[in-house]
Design a protein. Structure first.
Ligand code: PMP
Length: 419
């Protein structure tokens, strides 16, 4: 990666003002072990702006009622706010219709929904599914479950030493038995941005539908599901500055219409008798039971907030931090960056030759620095690189160059202490 200098950033309206943005995130003002918090664990979950916190408080203070089924005022207000949030999400990813936007608990549940519903209905013994070598366990284990049940074969697109997918002979992955592809868009462990457009276009030449795991993408890159032409897309609210426990499955209407329900219960039915039921229309067919109404609305507030700053400006800011951090880390003795793809965002993972990542993480915590250490739910990928774990720093819109310097100084002390 070449190193860009930190240029002034604009949001399109104002100059990008990171100090102003930080004030919107109350948690960042904390001290940890007596030191100012340096939160660099954003790939695990991002912090929440006051607007999102306020949205949750406001919902329970003045709106709380169950949606869709009530005729009373609060139920109508709550239903409107819930469905307005769905429209915001539809616009955010440019889906054709809000009926293609299904609220789930998160990326994990969205992928399980597709694997179980589409998998049980349309995949049969001997069929093949394509995944990549850098899948989060959330986009691997659900496919393993259905593969075991249906006797399917999983094929893995390999990862090269830089942490890029080897796509040269992508064509050769497809046979007449290939029936589905589920692909990571941005790697949570390496930061690699995969060429998903190439995978989607090649898959479609073989009439293979593609699911994108966009858990690490929606907060860094603009997504247009129509331009991408992906068949399904999954993401979690909490990585997009929204609450935990809420996420999205986008699916093309024709596919979602053809799929059986994932869970049965209230709200997903049209008519029920003791012997059988018919199902509600989209998106409700896939939203059995009471939804996470407050957090869906707060996800809408998170999207409003992100739009106000501008994803392009956020991405530019984060990329400058990533490039600066990369250059500084490479100066440290015994440190190796895992994941040196040309196209990266958000994440930098590294190992020391003689210091275990857990020691690094624990030491940094005493300095108030939050990084993640471990396999990042990508054990096969760690195995590919011959390592048990990495230390991962991941950036969000509110991180600063000064915080990168604090990380680097902390790591210098780690080297001194553990060598
Ligand atoms: N996929 C990727 C690439 C992720 O980074 C994560 C979260 N670490 C997930 C899936 C799962 O997301 P969640 O736990 O919010 O369902």
């Amino acid at each position: 990666m070449s190193v860009k200098t930190l240029t002034p950033l604009t949001t399109g309206v104002d100059e990008y003002n990171v100090e102003k943005i930080r004030k919107d995130f109350p948690i960042l003002a904390q001290t940890i072990h007596g030191k100012p918090l340096v939160y660099l664990d954003n790939a695990a979950t991002a912090q929440k702006p006051q607007a999102v916190i306020d949205s949750i408080v406001e919902y329970y203070t003045s709106m709380n009622a169950n949606v869709h089924r009530g005729v009373h005022h609060l139920s109508e207000v709550s239903t409107k706010a819930f469905e307005d949030a769905r429209i915001k999400i539809k616009e955010f990813i440019n889906a054709k219709s809000e009926s293609e936007v299904i609220f789930t608990r998160g990326t994990t549940e969205a992928i399980n929904l597709v694997a179980a519903s589409y998998g049980r209905a349309f995949l049969k013994e001997g069929d093949e599914i394509i995944l990549t070598g850098m899948e989060h366990h959330s986009n691997l284990v659900p496919w393993q479950l259905i593969a075991k049940e249906k006797q399917l074969k999983i094929k893995i697109i390999p990862v090269d030493d830089n942490g890029e997918l080897v796509l040269d002979d992508l064509e050769n992955f497809f046979t007449e038995k290939t029936k589905f592809a589920a692909i990571n868009y941005v790697s949570n462990s390496l930061g690699t941005i995969n060429d998903v457009k190439k995978i989607i276009d090649t898959s479609h030449l073989h009439s293979v539908p593609v699911l994108l795991d966009a858990a690490q993408t929606v907060n860094h890159l603009e997504i247009d599901v129509q331009k991408l032409d992906c068949d399904f897309l999954a993401f979690s609210g909490h990585k997009l500055y929204g609450p935990t426990g809420i996420g999205i499955l986008y699916g093309k209407k024709s596919l979602l219409d053809s799929m059986p329900p994932y869970m049965g219960g209230g709200d997903m039915i049209a008519k029920v008798t003791y012997s059988e039921s018919t199902y509600n229309e989209l998106p409700h067919k896939f939203e059995a039971g009471t939804s996470n109404i407050a957090d869906a609305i707060a996800l809408g507030a998170a999207i409003d907030y992100v739009k106000q700053i501008g994803l392009e400006a956020i991405a530019h800011h984060e990329n400058c931090l990533l490039e600066y951090a990369t250059a500084e880390l490479l100066n440290l003795e015994g440190l190796k960056i895992i994941g040196t793809a040309k196209n990266k965002c958000g994440v930098i993972s590294f190992v020391f030759d003689t210091i275990h990542p857990h020691d690094v993480g624990t030491f940094l915590d005493f300095e108030g620095i939050a990084v993640r250490t471990g396999h990042h739910c990508t054990q096969p990928l760690m195995h590919r690189f011959g390592i048990p774990a990495t230390t991962r720093a991941s950036f969000a819109m509110y991180n600063t160059k000064n915080e990168v310097d604090i990380l680097i100084n902390g790591l210098k002390r780690v080297i001194k202490v553990f060598k």
